[in-house]
Write a protein that binds this ligand. Structure first.
Ligand code: ZN
Length: 345
């Protein structure tokens, strides 16, 4: 049986809070506080800090903390041809859960140059162990834009899958160990997941030789998401609907949320042969988990997933959280994984 190596056994979903000198704090779409060369230098320094803080917390597979992008979707799009970031259209996203001012697709999507290579190289230089890099998934990208060109979600998604594939090849060459696609939209558009969402992910991952992950979640801990979760009731069955499709994807690892949620742990059994990055840290609460609580969440998952396939992670990105709280939670994650015996010393 495939045994997940120790270097992957603790990780984060992706984003971490940015320092106050770099960007506005506790916002999903923060304004930068630097510009030009100073902004570039600030992103570099913040990436080093994010890696150092994760390492100190005992996270084996670090991310760059997404310190160089304004938002987990829009940061990738800023560098692509065919997107006009200034032509913003307000639209309801995630099936009208909340409104966002979205950049427009105005022409064919092309990647003229690597988007995230600088920060991947910085994180690689400072991460002592494995390095994970996140990119937005094709369906989530399409659901976070205004499409004035393709006017067809599947066609647009496959255009993005092709540029994601090119970006992944550069990231893999730079020494990234895990590449993760973030697909929170999968938890909303079940018919599209089945019809073309998995195919779009497989197109993006085509020929990529590093570890491949997909993150599906209930979103950042913002008010609109918290209200949405409230009306989902006591048993969240979204994962149950999409796990059969994710199981047949080319992904090696599926990243999901469990801590503080109403996800019934039994649905995890539906992921079959995949490694499961289990969210053991609630990003919608500022209460800091104890290591014992983290270990208890891992134990709940272990009832339905073989222990050797469990990776301890955060429920979702931590970008909008207070920074000190986020890092205290990561320390609990590292300590809890040790307590549960799924990570090294
Ligand atoms: Zn998430």
């Amino acid at each position: 049986m495939f045994q997940t190596m120790l270097r992957y056994r603790t990780t984060v979903a992706g984003s971490l809070p940015k320092p106050a000198w770099l960007a506005e704090t506790e916002k999903i779409w923060p304004a930068w506080r630097l510009a030009g060369d100073e902004l570039a230098a600030g992103k570099h320094d913040a990436t080093i800090l994010a890696v150092a803080e994760q390492t100190r917390a005992g996270i084996a597979c670090c991310s760059d903390g997404e310190q160089s992008r304004v938002h987990f979707v829009h940061g990738f799009l800023e560098a692509l041809d065919g997107i006009d970031p200034t032509k913003r259209v307000r639209r309801g996203i995630r099936d009208n859960r909340y409104e966002a001012d979205c950049p427009s697709i105005v022409g064919g999507i092309r990647r003229a140059r690597p988007v995230h290579l600088n920060e991947a190289r910085t994180a690689r230089a400072f991460a002592p162990n494995a390095l994970k890099f996140t990119l937005p998934g094709p369906m989530t990208i399409v659901d976070t834009l205004y499409d004035d060109h393709y006017r067809d979600r599947k066609a647009a998604a496959f255009a993005f899958a092709a540029v994601l594939n090119a970006e992944m090849r550069d990231l893999a060459d730079a020494g990234v160990d895990t590449i993760q696609l973030d697909e929170p939209a999968f938890n909303v558009f079940f018919d599209e997941v089945e019809a073309w969402g998995i195919d779009a992910i497989d197109r993006a991952f085509d020929g990529i030789a590093v570890r491949k992950a997909v993150h599906v979640c209930y979103g950042y801990g913002i008010e609109a998401n918290i209200a949405w979760k409230r009306q989902l009731g006591e048993h969240w069955d979204q994962y149950e609907q999409i796990f059969p499709f994710l199981s047949r994807s080319s992904a090696d690892e599926i990243s999901i949320e469990l801590a503080g949620s109403h996800v019934p742990p039994r649905v995890l059994a539906g992921l079959r042969e995949k490694d499961v990055a289990v969210g053991v840290i609630d990003v919608a609460s500022n209460a800091i988990e104890t290591p014992e609580e983290v270990a208890a969440t891992i134990a709940r998952a272990a009832e339905f997933v073989p222990r050797e396939r469990i990776i301890a992670s955060t429920n979702c990105g931590m970008a909008p959280m207070p920074r000190a709280i986020a890092y205290a939670k990561l320390a609990a994650l590292g300590a809890g994984a040790r307590l549960a015996g799924i990570s090294g010393s």
